[in-house]
Design a protein around this ligand. Structure first.
Ligand code: SAT
Ligand code: MN
Length: 580
């Protein structure tokens, strides 16, 4: 396969000159191609066969132990003007970044195959979908891109028709943490990633393209590229709603998107449109419509079991790539909280010893085609996307944030999103469990200055009077003994029910200084083993704590100086005044 597109041909030739691969291979995206890459990787040892009787077509990849998560401190946005990336990003001048990357890429593919992967983010016929081409020397990247994106022939055809595509250049280099950079050039629609083979650092269609570059384009073109799951909720009467929810990495987006209704909710159905990224566009009626740019899930493995997420558990019984899990004596994949089997080997390939650490890395992942999900919604293929009724923001907060509250209006909702904070997780290298600001769950992913981003969000208020309602949820409240107050998982449907009832104006709420909260009667807790005191903590607010919070949010906004939208500052000051 080659191409009619001159810009693409020229770029591939330039990269070939620079990186000096032994071979160049154009991916067509066929199943045969996928299977033959798997065979090659089994021979080279990059993949290990798992038990083919109990886990047919499942394979294990062990990363370099120093390369198991995103590296935010090595991720840069490179624009002419430093102010354009804001204090929320690391910046490097494009010239300097190009020189640095040029030196790293020089000859880096000697003896290796250069793979050209044309891909499409979003349903191939969707006007909202966007294409890119990733060049990589990692067959692991190719097989993951096959599962996560629409890649190959059809994507290339679309690129040839449209002429425009995002250029992503990736090499695993020597996997040296000191020679590792993830660079984004939004003004040139380019991504360059060197020195990591791991997920978000290497599968360039995902965070690099579909969030960092796309968020930049979305601002220019009037849409939104967000770190959100998309789910369909159908009540027993057959009424359907679509909800988009932004939570940081490893905070339960996949679990919520695949929720199984509890016993008491017979007749309710949840279907998944997406579990990580949403692209949102206003339609002719002023509704926000969402597509999922991805076609697979790259989900956190530990904690997945038939109780917490049966749909994910079932999805990963076959045709799945596991990265950095442990294994059992009969070579099945094993992870913490799997609730069956015993590990014998850990994620590094050493004999399992609980004294040394967990069997599976806390950020170990499965890669699986979305269609293997028993509750996959065929609407994930709809070129027009789905109309969103409610947007949820949230994160992990052991204190402060109640179970759920609704914003007073759109602009107040933008304040709620912008003020979000969450405890850090193993999805990124660095300390875990530290509370940090993570506006709209986009701290690691917004490709430009958050001040401009919030301004962009605020601007939708003028563009439509048919926007989704905005809510904040927190499944992670704990008591003083570190016990979770809310059961979570399937029972989160009780909260979603209140949310859609609010959208339809058929359930009550009490007005508080931070927004609308359900009363104990408004939220269905029937049949739950939860005492009145816990419900009270989940559904009430402490004014003094919230005053401290909004002061802290104000200080955080100060970092954005003059660029902070006045409207957002007004919202923050009003929120503070409302608490007096
Ligand atoms: O590695 S990824 O960035 O794809 C996973 C995540 O952090 O959300
Ligand atoms: Mn994510």
């Amino acid at each position: 396969m080659t191409t009619q597109n001159e810009a693409l041909t020229q770029w591939v030739n330039e990269v070939k000159e620079l990186t000096k691969p032994e071979k160049v291979y154009w991916c067509n995206g066929s199943e045969e191609e996928y299977n033959s890459l798997i065979q090659e990787m089994l021979v080279s040892g990059e993949l290990l066969k798992l038990n083919q009787t109990s886990y047919p077509n499942c394979y294990l990849h062990r990363s370099d132990p120093t390369d198991v998560a995103r590296v935010e401190h090595l991720t840069f946005i490179c624009t002419e003007n430093k102010e354009d990336v804001g204090p929320n990003n690391h910046w490097m001048a494009p010239k300097e970044a190009h020189a640095k990357m040029q030196a790293l890429f020089e000859g880096c593919m000697k003896g290796r195959t250069l793979y050209v992967i044309p891909y499409c983010m979003g349903p191939i016929k969707s006007p909202y979908a966007r294409c890119g081409v990733e060049i990589t020397d990692s067959p692991y990247v190719v097989i993951n891109m096959y599962l996560m994106t629409r890649m190959g022939k059809d994507a290339l055809k679309r690129i040839e028709r449209e002429g425009q595509f995002v250029k992503g250049l990736h090499s695993i280099g020597e996997l040296d943490p000191d020679r590792r950079f993830i660079m984004h050039f939004p003004e040139e629609l380019q991504i360059q990633s060197f020195g990591s083979g791991y997920g978000g650092n290497a599968l360039l269609g995902k965070k690099c393209h579909a969030l960092r570059i796309a968020s930049w384009q979305a601002r220019q073109e009037g849409w939104l590229a967000e770190h959100m799951l998309i789910l369909e909720i159908e009540n027993p009467e057959g009424e359907k709603h679509y909800i988009a929810a932004a939570f940081p990495s490893a905070c339960g987006k996949t679990n919520l998107a695949m929720l199984i209704p509890p016993e008491a909710y017979k007749g309710w159905k949840i279907r998944t449109i997406g579990d990580d990224i949403a692209w949102l566009h206003l339609d002719a009626t002023g509704r926000l419509r969402a597509i999922n740019p991805e076609s697979g899930y790259f989900g956190v493995v530990p904690g997945t079991n038939p109780k917490t997420n049966k749909n994910a558990y079932v999805s990963i019984q076959h045709d799945t790539i596991f990265t950095n899990v442990g294994t059992t004596a009969d070579n099945e994949p094993w992870w913490e909280e799997k609730k069956s089997g015993e590990p014998t080997t850990d994620w590094k390939g050493n004999p399992y010893d609980p004294e040394i650490g967990p069997a599976a890395h806390p950020n170990s992942r499965f890669t699986v085609p979305a269609k293997q999900n028993p509750c996959y919604s065929p609407l994930a293929e709809d070129p027009a996307g789905v109309p969103i009724s409610a947007i949820l923001f949230g994160g992990r907060r052991r204190e402060l944030a109640p179970l759920v509250y609704q914003s007073k209006d759109w602009k107040h909702g933008v304040l709620i999103g912008a003020g979000c904070a969450s405890e850090t997780t193993a999805a990124a290298a660095g300390a875990v469990g530290v509370t940090r600001r993570d506006p709209m769950a986009m701290k690691p992913f917004c490709g430009y200055n958050f001040a401009d981003y919030w301004g962009h969000w605020l601007s939708f208020d003028e563009k439509s009077d048919n926007l989704p309602k905005i809510f904040h949820v927190n499944w992670f409240r704990q008591d003083s003994n570190d016990n979770f107050l809310w059961p979570g998982f399937g029972d989160n449907l009780r909260v979603l029910r209140w949310i859609i009832d609010r959208c339809e104006g058929r359930v009550g709420a009490k007005e508080t200084p931070i927004g609308y909260l359900p009363t104990a009667e408004d939220l269905d807790t029937s049949g739950l083993d939860i005492d009145a005191a816990a419900i009270d903590s989940l559904l009430s607010i402490d004014n003094a704590q919230w005053r401290t919070e909004f002061e802290a949010i104000g200080e955080y906004f100060d970092e954005y100086g003059d660029r902070l939208p006045e409207d957002l500052r007004r919202q923050q000051q009003k929120a503070l005044a409302d608490l007096d």
